[in-house]
Write a protein that binds this ligand. Structure first.
Ligand SMILES: Cc1cc2nc3c(=O)[nH]c(=O)nc-3n(C[C@H](O)[C@H](O)[C@H](O)COP(=O)(O)OP(=O)(O)OC[C@H]3O[C@@H](n4cnc5c(N)ncnc54)[C@H](O)[C@@H]3O)c2cc1C
Length: 533
């Protein structure tokens, strides 16, 4: 058994920035960060475009950023959360700069600001086209200097410990469900360890792996959301999955390589198989820089009409040196598969990219379970509403990790370690002898989510998806009862739960709004509703 004052699950921007703050505030207290694979293998590391924030107060303003966020969110943003994130954002950005993050500057020393779809001004700070990698580097370097932070790599968190594990009946209507820590599998020793904590923060990231084509790395399996749902906590707005319109089309390669929206911000044009710049037909004003849901649906439609698996991104007219300087990673990747962006168009297709919903939290990052906070992509703060504005997620992670920090330092002194928590039971289980049962379930899940619960949905497709999910759920639960736990088994189990939540909430939403487009209900309902399970 391990005891820690602060337990942080996840080593992306949300988890690391929180860990740093609590560790600096309380040098005598122990902060334990758990991460399921390599320390930097996170969605954060793959972020390209940058982080949105108002830094140029001559041309930009908080009001403009707030308006852009609200417009993208299509009526479902919580205006208070939007205001909090936008106005507190610049201070949080300054903190990561102070921790060593380098954003690109021009010759005068001013930040070079990028612009992406849905933004009315240039306000995206970036480090070439590898912003996330740079932020993760700076955070890890700073965390490395903080003596009271311990990091357990290759530890897989299985479940939250609540009153349920002490033998009490816990249901959705139980008041005061409390989190006492987690059970985690140490993958080096293959032992399941009980970790007791005063405060637990979930920063477990996204769930793109529920889909066959995704920009998210393998770790993005919605573990935090599934754990909270199992512990009877509240989950909301899972139907709003953002598909990035322009992932590089490379059949059989997962995750898909992202071509950031900033390329369109710099002049890249989408063309169909006839070479037509089609975006003008879908959004005559904003064209290629329309919000992502509009662009993704336009691509989906063009591909379905032409029977093609991709469209083209045309950068041939763009300044070659500027392209290379701003997007070296994209340039290298394109060249590695025989495409020279100066002469060839780049094949692109939409891919599951970002989960707008997740663990429901209030404005201080409290989940519905006491002593359990959540921030970053696994949480639902109300910032994104029905659609995330590009580059707002890194910002949200920073603002909310700070708020979780401010609140949890008030709580830590009065949160005791729970006694008498039983060890994880392993009797009666055997090592899995048929990995195919796990890998096939994953493939089936990803296929059904892509085919039935993608960019354009129908009532019938959702119904079909739910039937198949029921069967997958039954099979995986049986396997889970009989088999020794492994990350692979738990991830599929979690992804099936995530799939269920996405479909269930999509079925409840009898309208089309933001990222949820269903042909049976093409209009918006006059009633604004967050769907909570
Ligand atoms: C290709 C790509 C490009 C993007 N570009 C941008 C961009 O330009 N701007 C922007 O704002 N956003 C962007 N995003 C989104 C943004 O990167 C993410 O939303 C954000 O980084 C999420 O950070 P996080 O800290 O919440 O989670 P992550 O960075 O994903 O970290 C999750 C952590 O949780 C750990 N974890 C998960 N489950 C378990 C478990 N069971 N046990 C132990 N550990 C666990 C993982 O190991 C990992 O350490 C992009 C995303 C992708 C994939």
């Amino acid at each position: 058994m391990i005891k820690t004052d602060f337990l942080v699950i996840g080593s992306g921007i949300a988890g690391l920035s929180y860990a740093l703050k609590v560790a600096q505030r309380f040098p005598e207290k122990k902060v334990l960060v758990i991460t399921k694979t390599r320390i930097d293998e996170t969605n954060t590391k793959y972020a390209q475009g940058g982080i949105a924030g108002v830094t140029d107060f001559e041309n930009d303003s908080f009001d403009k950023h707030i308006q852009d966020t609200l417009i993208a969110g299509d009526g479902l943003c919580n205006p208070r959360t939007v205001e909090i994130v936008v106005t507190e954002g610049p201070e949080r950005i300054q903190e990561i700069i102070d921790w060593g993050t380098r954003f690109d500057k021009d010759d005068e020393g001013d930040y070079k600001l990028g612009r992406e779809g849905g933004h009315s001004e240039f306000r995206i700070l970036h480090h070439k086209d590898v912003t996330g990698k740079e932020i993760e580097r700076a955070l890890l370097e700073t965390v490395g200097k903080q003596k009271n932070i311990e990091i357990n790599k290759h530890w897989f968190v299985l479940d939250l410990i609540t009153q349920h594990h002490l033998g009490y009946l816990v249901t959705k209507s139980t008041p005061d469900i409390e989190c006492f820590g987690v059970y985690a599998l140490d993958q080096q020793t293959n032992k399941i360890v009980t970790i007791l904590s005063r405060i637990t923060l979930l920063a477990t990231g996204g769930n793109g792996q529920a889909y066959r084509t995704t920009t998210n790395p393998k770790i993005a399996t919605g573990d935090g959301v599934a754990m909270v749902y199992r512990a009877k906590g509240r989950i909301e707005n899972m139907e709003f999955i953002q598909f990035h319109p322009t992932a590089l089309y490379e059949p059989g390669v997962s995750p898909s390589f992202l071509i950031t929206e900033a390329v369109r911000g710099d002049g890249g044009i989408l063309r169909n198989n006839k070479g037509e710049a089609f975006m003008v037909r879908y959004d005559s004003e904003r064209k290629d820089l329309a919000p992502r849901d509009i662009v993704a649906r336009a691509l989906d439609n063009e591909m379905k009409r032409a029977g093609t698996e991709h469209v083209w991104l045309d950068c041939r007219h763009m300044d070659k040196d500027r392209f290379f300087e701003h997007f070296p990673n994209i340039y290298e990747k394109s060249r590695s598969i025989g495409i020279d962006p100066a002469h060839d168009m780049i094949p692109v297709a939409p891919a599951a990219h970002y989960s707008c919903g997740g663990i429901k939290v209030d404005e201080w990052g409290h989940s519905s379970i006491h002593r359990l906070y959540a921030c970053g992509e696994c949480s639902s703060t109300g910032l994104h509403g029905a659609n995330r504005l590009a580059s707002n997620s890194l910002l949200e992670a920073l603002v909310f990790s700070h708020r979780c920090y401010l609140d949890s330092i008030q709580q830590v002194e009065t949160a005791p370690f729970m006694e008498n928590v039983p060890e994880w039971k392993t009797e009666g289980t055997t090592e899995p002898d048929e990995m195919i049962l796990i890998t096939q379930s994953l493939k089936e899940l990803q296929l059904l989510m892509t085919d039935y619960v993608g960019i354009v949905r129908t009532y019938t497709r959702l119904q079909r998806a739910m039937k198949r999910l029921d069967l997958l759920h039954e099979e995986i639960e049986t396997l889970y009862e009989m088999t020794a736990v492994s990350p692979q088994l738990c991830e599929v189990r979690n992804l099936i739960t995530v799939g269920y939540l996405i479909v269930k909430e999509a079925q409840f939403r009898k309208e089309s709004r933001g990222l949820h487009y269903i042909t049976d209900y093409p209009e918006k309902s006059p009633i604004l509703q967050n769907i909570v399970l």
